[in-house]
Structure formats: C-alpha cells, structure tokens
Write a protein that binds this ligand. Structure first.
Ligand SMILES: O=C(CO)COP(=O)(O)O
Length: 122
C-alpha cells in the first residue's frame, strides 16, 4: 500500500497529528510526501520518501505517480483559507486523482474513513 501525503503550511501540524494518531494502521504503508510536509513527518519519527516541495513540482510528481497507478490513495490537507502560487498544480493533482479513480481525502475526517475502509491496511 502506497499513500501520498501533502499538507499546506497551515495544515502541516494537523497532518502530523493525523499520522501519529493512525501510526499503527500505517505500519505496512509506504508514505510519499511533498518536500516540506515530508520533513515535518520525518521529524515526527515516521519513515517517508520526500519528493520536491509542492510549489516547485512536488504536487506534479505526486500527480504523475497517481496517473501511473503507483499510488493507492492521496491524503491532501489543503488550506482553504490560504493563497497558493501553485494553485494550478493543486487543481491538476485533484483532477488526476479523479481521472484515475484514486481515493483522495482533503480533510482528516475523510482520511480517517479512507484508512478505516481500506481492506489493504492492517
Ligand atoms: O504546497 C504543497 C501542496 O500544494 C505542499 O508542499 P510542501 O509539503 O513542500 O510544503
């Protein structure tokens, strides 16, 4: 099971808290993250493969993985109150997930349901 995790700056603490809360469910999961999100997650003691930071192509890298079926789900805690210079990349990633029917959660409540609903998570 491969999961991509991404969080905008205002949501990074929420992402770390979510992952730590669900640490047991993630034991068999390979995590991939945009660069800065990945740094926070690694600092919290979780193993994660870091890609480029979102604004310089990390969202695009994750979209590419989704398009080539290298990901089983995407958890993307977006900050709906923030402005993002790479908004086109964000929209592209969301669209690619829909094109390829990749489960996508954009808030902790949905992410929790997704993890609990996956038969491939211990
Ligand atoms: O900007 C992001 C998603 O759009 C996240 O990127 P970082 O994890 O590098 O901050």
């Amino acid at each position: 099971m491969r999961i991509a995790i991404i969080a905008h700056d205002g949501k990074k603490p929420e992402m770390v808290a979510f992952l730590l809360k669900n640490k047991n469910k993630l034991k068999q999961v390979e995590l991939f993250a945009t660069g800065t999100t990945g740094g926070h997650v690694a600092n919290a003691g979780l193993e994660v493969t870091k890609l480029l930071s979102g604004p310089i192509g990390g969202d695009a890298q994750i979209a590419s993985m989704a398009a080539t079926k290298e990901l089983d789900m995407v958890i993307f805690f977006r900050d709906p109150l923030g402005k993002h210079p790479h908004e086109p990349d964000v929209q592209m990633l969301l669209r690619i997930c829909d094109v390829h029917n990749i489960p996508l959660a954009t808030n902790p409540a949905t992410a929790e349901l997704m993890l609990n609903g996956s038969s491939r998570i211990a």
